[in-house]
Design a protein around this ligand. Structure first.
Ligand code: PMP
Ligand code: GLN
Length: 386
């Protein structure tokens, strides 16, 4: 007797494969320059690679401690204190995760209970909503509008309810390339001070900012950090997105809950990579301190190369993404336009509407400029012809 396979009722019925996977596959299929999925086309620091090989050769090949390798947690504590004026306890407040993706999932799973409301800002990174849904939470979205994508704090206050449990923010922001100011954190604190509301602050681009005020971390806010989980990723900082090592900083009671999820999601993260990153943080702190300049040069080169194109370039305050408005070029919706651009022009980009639950009528695409100069020049040449 033949059995047909069981088809499970989906817990995430509206979800398909991520836009990053789709667009990178399309780029490969059409041999297009891939400015879609956010990853560098150059390598990370030599020293980091050598330290990885060193630790592998020294036998650091068994499980790391569940919370992260001690030298890495201590290096993170030092770095956090130096940058944000707050020293998290390396033993109780820092958890090393399999990239920021795991950190976000573990944080949301630890904090959100069925029926809890979670506020996020659209366009929002695509991994937040599914995690909230799987925890039984209800997502309340605030739509930010181009070109500045700033939060209207009155609108935010109006969305708060007694059931609000968590606010998810992202600064520097993917995909809008905007950066929160200290005043945004002050407004957030003022709004949630009287309620038991937690904050999940996705700061994976913390070292890629271009304005003078720099990066305003939630960890620099004395009150907010007492109820916040900040999320970082070494993939962005060291140009090694494939290593998938990130971390969370949160006060001990919040970290304790997060670790209950982390220990059964991954348990522990790649040992030699953690030790290599600890060495790197100690030996070459200038790497991340010089990252704004490193990426500013690429941003400026790319913006200049697109100056006489028909794309209108939006301001870019941080991240390695640039938004381009194609209203002067096409009436296509942004998903169709990105497909057309990949197939016919040979440049792959990401449509913005996929980061929004509500209709997003703007004609905006996201271009990743974490690329070699030759790649950016070649892409710009193609884009100028459109
Ligand atoms: N958050 C944001 C805003 C991101 O852009 C990314 C990846 N580009 C992540 C989280 C996930 O980071 P990781 O690759 O370390 O999992
Ligand atoms: N975060 C990366 C981006 O925004 C992609 C990560 C992924 O592919 N999951 O492009």
């Amino acid at each position: 007797m033949s059995h047909s396979p069981l088809i499970p009722e989906s817990k995430l019925p509206a979800l398909g494969t991520t836009i990053f996977t789709q667009m990178s596959a399309l780029a490969q299929q059409h041999n297009a320059i891939n400015l879609s999925q956010g990853f560098p086309d150059f390598d990370g620091p030599r020293f980091l690679q050598e330290r990885l090989a060193f630790h592998v050769s020294q036998g650091a090949n068994q499980y790391a401690p569940m919370t992260g390798a001690q030298p890495l947690r201590e290096a993170i504590a030092d770095k956090t204190e130096a940058l944000y004026g707050h020293r998290p306890d390396a033993n109780t407040d820092i958890t090393v995760t399999a990239g920021a993706t795991e950190a976000l999932y573990a944080a949301i799973t630890a904090l959100v209970r069925p029926g809890d409301e979670v506020i996020c800002f659209d366009p929002s990174y695509d991994s937040y909503a599914p995690a909230v849904t799987l925890s039984g939470g209800i997502l309340k979205r605030i739509s930010l509008q181009p070109p500045h994508f700033r939060v209207d704090w009155q609108e935010f206050a109006a969305l708060l309810s007694p059931r609000t449990r968590l606010v998810i923010l992202n600064t520097p922001h993917n995909p809008s390339a905007t950066v929160w100011r200290k005043s945004d954190f002050a407004a957030l604190w003022q709004a949630i001070e009287q309620q038991e509301v937690y904050v999940l602050s996705d700061e994976v681009y913390e070292h890629i900012f271009f304005d003078e005020e720099g990066h305003a971390s939630v960890l620099a806010h004395p009150q907010l950090r007492e109820r916040a989980i900040s999320v970082s990723s070494f993939g962005k900082t060291f140009h090694m997105t494939g290593w998938k090592v990130g971390y969370c900083v949160a006060p001990a009671p919040i970290s304790a809950e997060l670790r209950k999820v982390h220990q059964y999601l991954t348990f522990a993260v790649n040992t030699p990579a953690q030790l290599a990153i600890a060495d790197m943080l100690r030996a070459e702190p200038e790497h991340y301190r010089e990252l704004p300049e490193f990426y500013r040069a690429r941003r400026d080169r790319f913006v200049e190369a697109l100056a006489d194109s028909r794309f209108e370039i939006l301001p870019c305050e941080g991240t390695y993404f640039l938004l381009a408005d194609y209203s002067a070029i096409s009436d296509l919706d942004d998903v169709s336009f990105c497909q057309w651009l990949t197939k016919e022009v040979g440049v792959a980009a990401i449509p913005l509407s996929v980061f929004c639950a509500d209709a997003f009528p703007h004609k905006l695409i996201r271009l990743c400029f974490a690329k070699q100069e030759a790649t950016l020049d070649a892409a710009a040449e193609r884009l100028r012809k459109v």
